[in-house]
Design a protein around this ligand. Structure first.
Ligand code: MG
Ligand code: MG
Length: 267
């Protein structure tokens, strides 16, 4: 069932989104060689709890972290660990979410520790741009797969071939973290549910340097590429409003990220 939010509820989701945005910014600022993913997790949890919110990943089907910390060939769902220490040149995806007044937010970013190789810089840029291409289609009057198609097209438009991870994808979000509909990161445009004001979606492309096939590790969580190639993951929660997309987990509401697509964000 798709949950349609009132403007008031979207305002509450924006407050939740800003908590998550702040947590991710705090973690990003702490990323450096020698820091452990356990330390990064504590930074995110402190930020969320200080804001009067609750981490939504912690305890989710038994997950033990506030963030998912996925390094290099890990695509998503890496478990924070005080013994897992970042090194120069690692890529780390930080996925984080919060519940404030009962409303969820969910966002992710991938960063390189220190300086990035040209290949890694390209991977991160392509993945982030594809997320914004999808967010730019979060427009009332469109259809769900307009978003999926825009994500895919943005990735396949590159001269270099990248893998688009299957199975995992975006989702509705509201009074639960994962709601209908599932948002594929590929597909033909013009299909699926109509995009209407009050629909809130998390859009989250996962892209690989090599083959996109993945496997889950024995820890029951960490998803890695089968071929060991590096992956990147970006995510924002976006509300469809009569005034345009409102990127709830972006500090500026998505103004800067959507501008290159000629889309004006509500903010
Ligand atoms: Mg997430
Ligand atoms: Mg998500």
């Amino acid at each position: 069932m798709i949950q349609i939010k009132t403007p008031h509820e979207i305002g509450l989701m924006r407050a939740s989104g800003l908590v998550t945005a702040g947590a991710i910014a705090a973690v990003k600022a702490a990323v450096r060689p020698g820091v452990s993913t356990g330390e990064l997790d504590a930074i995110a949890e402190d930020h969320i709890r200080s804001a009067g919110a609750v981490p939504n990943f912690l305890g989710y089907h038994g997950f033990t972290g506030t963030i998912c910390a996925s390094i290099n060939d890990e695509v998503v769902h890496g478990i924070p660990n005080p013994d897992r220490v970042l090194a120069e040149g690692d890529n780390i995806s930080i996925d984080c979410g919060a519940i404030l007044q009962g409303w969820h937010s969910d966002s992710a970013v991938t960063v390189t520790v220190g300086s990035a190789s040209a290949e890694d810089a390209g991977l991160l840029e392509v993945t982030e741009r594809s997320m914004w291409a999808g967010l730019a289609k979060a427009i009332a009057g469109g259809r769900l797969t307009d978003i999926s198609h825009a994500v895919e097209e943005s990735i396949t438009a590159n001269e270099r071939r990248y893998g688009i991870v299957d199975h995992y994808g975006g989702h509705g979000i509201g009074t639960e973290m994962h709601q209908d509909p599932h948002v594929l990161n590929y597909g033909r445009a013009g299909r699926g549910p109509k995009l209407v004001p009050g629909l809130v979606l998390a859009i989250e492309p996962m892209v690989t340097i090599g083959d996109p096939a993945t496997v889950e590790l024995d820890d029951g969580w960490t998803v890695v590429t089968k071929d060991g190639s590096r992956a990147a993951h970006f995510e924002h929660s976006v509300a469809i409003t009569p005034e345009g997309p409102w990127v709830l987990t972006a500090e500026d509401g998505g103004v800067a990220g959507l501008a290159p697509f000629g889309v004006t964000a509500r903010h």
